[in-house]
Write a protein that binds this ligand. Sequence first.
Ligand SMILES: Cc1cc2nc3c(=O)[nH]c(=O)nc-3n(C[C@H](O)[C@H](O)[C@H](O)COP(=O)(O)O)c2cc1C
Length: 189
Amino acid sequence: MKVLGIMGSPRRGGNSDLLLDQALAGARDSGAKVEKIALYQKKISGCLDCGKCNETGICVIKDDMLSIHKKILEADAVIHSVPVYFWSMTAQMKAYLDRWCAFFDGDWRIHQFYFRKMSNKKMGVITLCGAPDVSVGDPIIKSFKNTCDLSGLKWLGSVRASAFLKGEISKNNRAKKQAYQLGQKAAQR
Ligand SMILES: Cc1cc2nc3c(=O)[nH]c(=O)nc-3n(C[C@H](O)[C@H](O)[C@H](O)COP(=O)(O)O)c2cc1C
């Protein structure tokens, strides 16, 4: 089993990063091979809506998302971790998610080339917010859950946590345990 972690915060060692590490530790301890991609280290442009990928399955923008597409296709599960920025996801994560367009045909059905690889894949998400009410992360969870359903992926679930300062989440044992368990679930066949 391969579990891919996608980190959508620009803060290295921040709350999203720490909880994603917990999730990947859970997956690794359950026997999975894990890999983490920090989006702030990648060059990912916004989708152009040119429609070419709907025909070919390949995005025309030659940036780091092309190799990430390949890693998603090779993974058995993808876990995203992202903070809330202005009631939404970070720009880095949104650019990444919009580029999932390449997995679809013109009718928003999963591309026939990718159907076999996508249909058994699992997806989950971790959200962080500065506000004490963790439901501030719900619009992000909805974006990922809808993408999951549209792509025919299996939904692993979500972890919502609240923290403001960099690394503050390390004191939240409940959130760390939930993230670890999400990773364990991702590693199950
Ligand atoms: C530009 C910006 C916008 C933010 N917007 C929100 C927000 O709308 N709601 C909220 O609860 N927290 C907001 N926050 C706080 C972050 O979600 C919070 O600090 C989070 O723990 C950061 O996670 P990280 O350490 O992974 O980067 C914002 C932070 C920044 C820098």
